[in-house]
Design a binder for this molecule. Structure first.
Ligand SMILES: [Fe+2]
Length: 260
């Protein structure tokens, strides 16, 4: 398996804080069957993104853990106006393994709906945005249909493996399953931050995918698609997106008190 979203670089963000913690995360990933792991430090208002430092830390970490997993560099890129300008000016520090693919994350409280022109600009610049973990974002909880619209406009979708297993709550799991049924999901990744609460484990997710969707889908989402990303190739052919169905309104509590 290949993990395209993970935070093992020590002391650059809220992921691993020491080289020992980082090496433990990598060891855990390798033992889980992860052959390639993309380190994706945050680039947002909280953490300073320094590509030179990231490259140096990645080399130190690879030397510490040995050949497996093979470590690559990317970025957990916060899509703000300033960051977008930076990306369009010089993509190389931010894309996954220097390819055309870039992870994009949104604020938990505000997702501008009219982003079609931004995705268009990115694609004109030869970039392919990968929307990270929309199932964990309260804005998408309220408006899940936005993901279909963006996915049909060239945006790829990455779900967190733990969400699919229910570790981020019922709504995140339900959306992961719904979007999976709609063929809107292109990747599962760990988005790991440590070895305890947010570990770099993909095999439980892979097993659930095999059980619910079959081995071809599991291989596509956790091996073939991420391999295409790190190699900078187009994704393999996949079934077309299915439009969303209207969600049933939630049951109200008041009928149980209604008088007969
Ligand atoms: Fe992340």
């Amino acid at each position: 398996m290949i993990d395209i979203h993970c935070h093992p670089l020590p002391a650059v963000d809220d992921g691993a804080q020491t080289l020992a913690e980082a090496a433990a995360m990598c060891g855990m990933a390798a033992a889980d069957g992860i052959t390639h792991l993309v380190a994706t430090p945050h680039c947002n208002y909280t953490y300073r993104f320094d590509s030179e430092r990231n490259r140096r830390l990645l080399a130190e970490l690879q030397a510490a853990v040995g050949p497996s997993p093979h470590l690559l560099l990317g970025c957990d890129f916060h899509l703000s106006y300033d960051n977008l300008e930076m990306l369009l000016k010089d993509r190389s520090p931010f894309t996954i393994n220097g390819t055309q693919y870039v992870l994009v994350e949104f604020d938990d409280h505000f997702v501008p709906e009219q982003l079609d022109h931004v995705f268009y600009d990115l694609q004109v610049a030869g970039l392919v945005p990968i929307l990270t973990h929309p199932e964990r974002n309260p804005v998408f909880h309220r408006r899940p249909e936005i993901v279909y619209r963006w996915a049909t406009r060239g945006c790829l979708v990455q779900i967190t493996a733990q969400s699919y297993l229910g570790d981020f709550g019922a709504r995140a799991r339900q959306l992961a399953e719904t979007w999976l049924d709609q063929n809107l999901v292109h990747f599962f990744a760990s988005d790991a931050h440590d070895t305890r609460r947010r570990p770099p484990l993909l095999s439980p997710c892979y097993q659930k995918l095999v059980a619910s969707k079959g081995p071809e889908v599991a291989d596509l989402l956790m091996k073939k698609n991420p391999k295409a990303v790190i190699d900078g190739k187009p994704l393999p052919q996949a079934p077309p997106p299915v439009p969303p169905q209207e969600e049933k309104p939630r049951r109200r509590w008041w009928p149980i008190f209604r008088r007969r």
